[in-house]
Write a protein that binds this ligand. Structure first.
Ligand SMILES: *Cc1c(COP(=O)(O)O)cnc(C)c1O
Ligand SMILES: [Zn+2]
Length: 407
């Protein structure tokens, strides 16, 4: 039994039946999943959750999937690391990172895919289809394989080779597109019409948000049912940020946290910053970003379908949207690796890079509890790190430039 009630359109208020597969609202907006929170609060307590299974499904009462229908690979319950050395270097003395790189397929996309694929199969889809920049395709392919349903993926030709390999290896029907993710999306859109596949594109189905919501639920639990002062999230489509925000709203309705909220901060790259531009103009929607370019592929999203949901959360929380350069991203990635032993992804590194300017201008305080969502492992991005290593002949000795002074 779940506490799923209905699907609701956050734009026009329309309510839709949650007992069958749905995509967008008639008005074109993404749909949100609603629950009977009264019944839920009688059925589950913080203690139940704390003693629950060691993956994100310890929160299954907050999710639409009946327990016996869960398709899982061990996603969620990712660790939080403090950054005691990297933090102070950028002026933040209480900086932490929730490391989503520990998920199956190496990114938090696993959370959305676990929930999305579980619901798709439960509601009788036989094939799911989507465009992807890479990581979502890898995750959905894995969960579709686990669930025994078909998966069709279209990705730009320059999507990371590793993600192409994942999709193919997991048995998805995988296509490369001579164009952008938006072009791949148009091709998938025509194919789902023709073949009756379930369109699982970002925010075109309501369940991915629910999976990603578990990041916010876990975060509150891991902090002792409290929220930090600020959450920094690398926003592409912004699904994770929408999910985390929704988690806090539901936890408050359950009486598990109070009304306090972190500043929600969306971080983008200067080469693709549609949400930042909209935020700076005080708008509730964004324009298509022409010529999107950044090495952080997960946030190379020129136009987010749920832009108004992201922007609402930023405004309501007193948050911000900020952009950083690719050079700053690489510098932050190297800093965290060198000082903390963590190989974070460029998207997570963008958040680290964003911290120092916000402390410098007084928006964040050096003592604030700042939480970065590191959305994936750097191991999926080996191509972004250049190395130039000395090469030894087999009989040569190591001669240190500094004469071998031990540091
Ligand atoms: C997809 C992705 C993002 C952006 O996620 P949204 O929720 O769509 O904003 C960030 N980082 C990584 C590593 C990703 O794969
Ligand atoms: Zn609507």
């Amino acid at each position: 039994m779940t506490h799923l009630s209905h699907l609701e359109c956050p734009r026009c208020g329309e309510e839709l039946d949650a007992s069958r597969l749905q995509n967008l609202c008639g008005c074109g907006s993404p749909l949100l999943v609603r629950y009977d929170l009264d019944a839920m609060s009688k059925d589950v307590s913080p203690k139940d959750v704390e003693a629950g299974r060691e993956d994100m499904w310890r929160f299954h009462k907050f999710l639409p999937v009946p327990e016996e229908e869960i398709v899982g690979l061990g996603e969620g319950m990712t660790p939080i690391f403090s950054l005691p050395d990297a933090g102070p270097e950028i002026g933040a003395h209480n900086l932490s990172l929730k490391d989503e790189g520990f998920n199956p397929t190496g990114t938090f996309k696993a959370r959305g895919a676990a929930c999305g694929v579980s619901m798709a199969r439960y509601l009788n889809a036989t094939t799911v289809a989507m465009p992807t920049a890479g990581n979502a395709g890898g995750a959905w392919s894995a969960y579709a394989a686990r669930a025994g349903i078909g998966c069709v993926v279209a990705m730009p030709q320059d999507a990371p080779l590793l993600t192409q390999q994942e999709c193919s290896l997991f048995g998805a029907r995988t296509y490369l597109v001579k164009g952008l993710i938006s072009d791949a999306g148009a091709i998938i859109g025509r194919a789902v019409e023709r073949y009756g596949w379930f369109d699982a594109s970002t925010l075109k189905e309501p369940y991915r948000i629910e999976g990603k919501k578990t990041m916010g639920l876990e975060l509150a639990m891991q902090l002792g049912w409290k929220v930090p002062d600020a959450v920094l999230y690398p926003a592409g489509g912004g699904v994770g940020l929408i999910g985390i925000w929704k988690a806090f709203e539901e936890l408050e309705a359950m009486g598990w946290i109070g009304p306090e909220r972190p500043k929600m901060i969306a971080v983008q790259s200067e080469g693709c910053a549609p949400l930042v531009r909209a935020f700076e103009d005080g708008r509730r929607d964004s324009d298509f970003w022409e010529g999107a370019k950044t090495l952080a592929g997960g946030i190379r999203v020129p136009k987010a379908l749920g832009d108004f949901l992201v922007l609402d959360a930023l405004y309501e929380s007193g948050g911000r949207a900020v952009a950083v350069s690719d050079e700053q991203i690489l510098e932050a990635l190297r800093l965290v690796a060198r000082t903390e032993g963590l190989f974070i992804c460029p998207e997570g590194a963008a958040c680290v890079a964003a911290v120092s300017s916000m402390i410098a201008d007084g928006y964040l305080d050096p003592s604030d509890e700042i939480m970065i969502i590191n959305t994936g492992t750097g191991l999926k991005y080996s191509e972004v790190v250049d190395v130039d290593l000395p090469v030894l002949e087999v009989d040569s000795d190591i001669i240190l430039d500094d004469g071998g002074v031990q540091t």
